[in-house]
Structures are given as structure tokens and as C-alpha cells.
Design a protein around this ligand. Structure first.
Ligand SMILES: Nc1ncnc2c1ncn2[C@@H]1O[C@H](COP(=O)(O)OP(=O)(O)O)[C@@H](O)[C@H]1O
Ligand SMILES: [Mg+2]
Length: 394
């Protein structure tokens, strides 16, 4: 039997058992009996599907125990009022997760999301994502099967536009954008996080078309051997189950995950991703695009791009953004001395003041370069390229 499937059943048993215990403690014996019955059903499936004789026996013993417990509890008198209270609490937490996701992790207003045009370079990457979408969801001639990719892993140094790509994908499709930092959700709902993963996909299906962006997936998918606790393991297993379900659905749900440390991720998880796309540091052309996005598109005139392109070798998109901001600030500070004093003059006075500007020049950046060093080193880049050679698929 597939070990992941087996694990999934074990998790279900554990979940039902926990529920049964809670019901039992609150006096809702009828409900507890039902949950034990569910446990026994899962055991029965395991007995049938397992080939290993020793395990078969183990599952059978568990099956008998759950049936016994269920029968005994069924005969006990329920404490008045307890059932409805419990049942209400259960649905309330599920709805609670969904509304948490809708309110905190979902963007529906796509006008505020970045678009493809806001991304400099990465033409091949953009193309692959667009292609996958079309192939996964376009109609095919009768009896022809073309499978696109519904889950994609983006990996590369920090600040290279992974989040940007995911957001632009949602923007381009006018899809709901569900932006989840894996670690954040894990720690906020520790112990209950497998349910929040299910809720996430439920919301995505309900809101379809939807793009789920699962950032920092390494925080839950560490390779075997690394210490991971039971709760994390359960989140991962429900994530994998949901991913398996994606290819079968008519609903448009695209799953994009990202990581800065792909080598830390469990092989089984890596292999689940149909596409693994390297998002590298920007090359010359890409840097030129990003610089124009940060300067020209924001209304600043600068005529020495060649120089700046050369000076920013090794910088990520985010590094370039910070650098440009510094450069512009230097220019603004020079032309508007004493601007800080205005803060004491009140908001009206501030609003009346118009900031003076001029063309940006090399001198504005000299200072910024002293303070700003690129976040990624050559050694790190080498590591990404090696990993890409082994596992990448563009
Ligand atoms: N290719 C790019 N084109 C334009 N801006 C970029 C690019 N890469 C990064 N940036 C800038 O850096 C910021 C951080 O990028 P982000 O997508 O969050 O990086 P990552 O998710 O890879 O860490 C973006 O908001 C954007 O301003
Ligand atoms: Mg990011």
C-alpha cells in the first residue's frame, strides 16, 4: 500500500479518535460512538489494503477495539444538551478557518495586485507559467488528453520576484489570490493546521478561479531525517492529499509554492511538483528592466542606465528596489533640506508643501552603493544552479 495513503488513513483515525474523546469528555456519548465507528471503518480499509501480514493483524485488532468502544458508547445515555453544543463548536471552528483565510490571506481586488508588466526579465519563467495555465485548462480535441501543470515550485535566491510572479498570475487571470506563509499559518493554528490546509483549498475551490501561493514551503516540508514534529507532518500529509486532488477537479485552482532553500525539502514533496522553476538573480537585461520600473516608471529621469546595470551585478530585484529608493532619497534630501521640520507644522502644512525633484544622477547612487550590498553571494548562486541542474524543470 502507498505509504502516504496509509499515513493519510492513520491521520484520519487519529482525528476521529480525538474527536471521540472530546465528545466522551463532554458527555456526548452518541457522537463519540459515531466517531469510534468511523475509526473502525478506516481500520477496515487498512486491513483490506495492507499487504504486510503483521500490519494487517495490528489493524484488525484496532478495528475490533473501535467497534467495541462504539457499541458500548451507543448504549450510554447522553448528557442533555452536550451534543448540540459540541456539534456547534465543530462547525464554528471550520467556518472560523475559512473566514480567517478570506479576511487575512485572500486578495480579491485585483487592481491592487502587480501585473506581468511590473516584472522585469524572467521572460522564460513567465512564459512557462502562462503556458501551464492554458494547457491545464483549455479544451482539447475529443479523445485527446493534454495535461498541464497545476502545481509549480518556484525556487531561487530571496527577492528575485517569486511572490511577484504568483501575484501577477492571479492578476492576469482575475483570480482570487490566496497568499499564505507556511510557517505563519503553522504557528498560529498549531495542532489544528491540517484543517486549515483543507480550509484553504476549500476556499480556493469556492472562489475559483484561484491561485494559492504557498510561501516558504521549506518550513513544513523538511527532508526526512531533519527533526519535524507530528503536527508539521500532519500538515504536510494533508497538503499532499489536496495536491493530488487538484488534477482531478474542473475548478480552476493553481498551486504555486516557493522556497529559498530547495535542498532542504523532502524528495517526496519535490517530486510532487510537476514543474520546478528556477527564479535566478536578474541578468543584465532584467536588471535594466527592473531599474526602469523603479526609476522611469516612477517619474524619475536618469540617463546612465548602462552604468547602473553594470554596478548592480549580483543584486536581486529587491536589492535593486532598495538601492533605487536610497538613490532617490539622496536626491530629495539634497533639494529639500529641513523637510523634517515640517512634520511639526501639522498635516495641513505638509499637504501644501510640494517636494522638489531633479534628474537622478550617478552621485545620488554612490552613497547608496556604500550602504547596500547584495543579499546573495556567489557561493549561494552556485548552490542554486547545481540544484537546478539536478531537479529543476523549466
Ligand atoms: N523581476 C523583478 N521585477 C521587478 N521587481 C522585482 C523583481 N524581482 C524583485 N522585485 C522587487 O523586489 C520585491 C520583492 O520581490 P519578491 O517577489 O517578494 O521576491 P521573492 O518572493 O522572490 O523573495 C518586489 O516587490 C519588487 O519590488
Ligand atoms: Mg517572497
Amino acid at each position: 500500500m502507498n505509504p502516504l495513503l496509509e499515513q493519510e488513513y492513520m491521520n484520519k483515525i487519529k482525528e476521529c479518535k480525538e474527536k471521540a474523546k472530546k465528545y466522551y469528555n463532554s458527555g456526548a456519548y452518541g457522537k463519540a460512538s459515531e466517531e469510534y465507528l468511523n475509526c473502525s471503518k478506516y481500520c477496515e480499509i487498512l486491513v483490506k489494503k495492507t499487504e504486510d501480514e503483521a500490519k494487517k493483524k495490528e489493524y484488525y485488532n484496532a478495528f475490533e477495539k473501535f467497534v467495541d468502544a462504539s457499541v458500548k458508547l451507543k448504549k450510554m445515555k447522553t448528557v442533555v444538551g452536550s451534543e448540540t453544543k459540541r456539534a456547534r463548536e465543530e462547525t464554528e471552528t471550520e467556518e472560523g478557518f475559512e473566514s480567517y483565510i478570506r479576511e487575512n490571506l485572500m486578495h480579491r481586488n485585483n487592481e491592487t495586485l502587480p501585473s506581468w508588466a511590473d516584472i522585469g526579465g524572467l521572460e522564460k519563467t513567465k512564459n512557462t507559467i502562462k503556458e501551464s495555465i492554458v494547457l491545464a485548462y483549455a479544451r482539447t480535441p475529443e479523445r485527446v488528453e493534454i495535461e498541464g501543470w497545476r502545481n509549480i515550485l518556484l525556487f531561487g535566491p530571496p527577492g528575485t520576484g517569486k511572490t511577484l510572479l504568483a501575484a501577477a498570475t492571479a492578476q492576469g487571470l482575475d483570480a482570487a489570490f490566496l497568499n499564505v506563509k507556511a510557517g505563519q499559518v503553522l504557528s498560529k493554528y498549531y495542532g489544528e493546521s491540517p484543517k486549515i490546509v483543507n480550509a484553504l483549498f476549500d476556499v480556493a475551490r469556492a472562489e475559483s478561479p484561484a491561485v494559492i501561493f504557498f510561501d516558504e514551503i521549506d518550513s513544513i516540508a523538511l527532508s526526512r531525517g531533519a527533526e519535524i514534529d507530528e503536527a508539521t507532518r500532519r500538515v504536510l500529509s494533508s497538503l499532499l492529499t489536496e495536491l493530488d486532488g487538484l488534477s482531478g477537479t474542473e475548478k480552476f485552482v493553481l498551486f504555486l509554492a516557493s522556497t529559498n532553500t530547495p535542498w532542504d525539502i523532502d524528495d517526496a514533496v519535490i517530486s510532487r511538483f510537476e514543474k520546478r522553476i528556477y527564479v535566478p538573480l536578474p541578468d543584465e537585461d532584467a536588471r535594466r528592466c527592473i531599474l526602469r520600473i523603479q526609476l522611469e516608471n516612477k517619474g524619475f529621469v536618469f540617463d546612465d542606465y548602462d552604468w547602473l546595470v553594470e554596478k548592480t551585478a549580483g543584486y536581486s530585484g529587491r536589492d535593486i528596489k532598495v538601492l533605487c529608493k536610497e538613490g532617490v532619497y539622496n536626491m530629495v534630501r539634497e533639494l529639500n533640506p529641513g523637510v523634517a521640520d515640517l512634520a511639526d507644522a501639522g498635516l495641513d502644512e505638509i499637504k501644501r508643501f510640494e517636494i522638489k525633484t531633479r534628474n537622478v544622477d550617478r552621485g545620488d547612487f554612490e552613497n547608496a552603493f556604500v550602504r547596500m550590498k547584495p543579499a546573495s553571494t556567489g557561493d549561494m548562486v552556485k548552490q542554486y544552479m547545481e540544484w537546478n541542474d539536478m531537479f529543476g524543470a523549466l
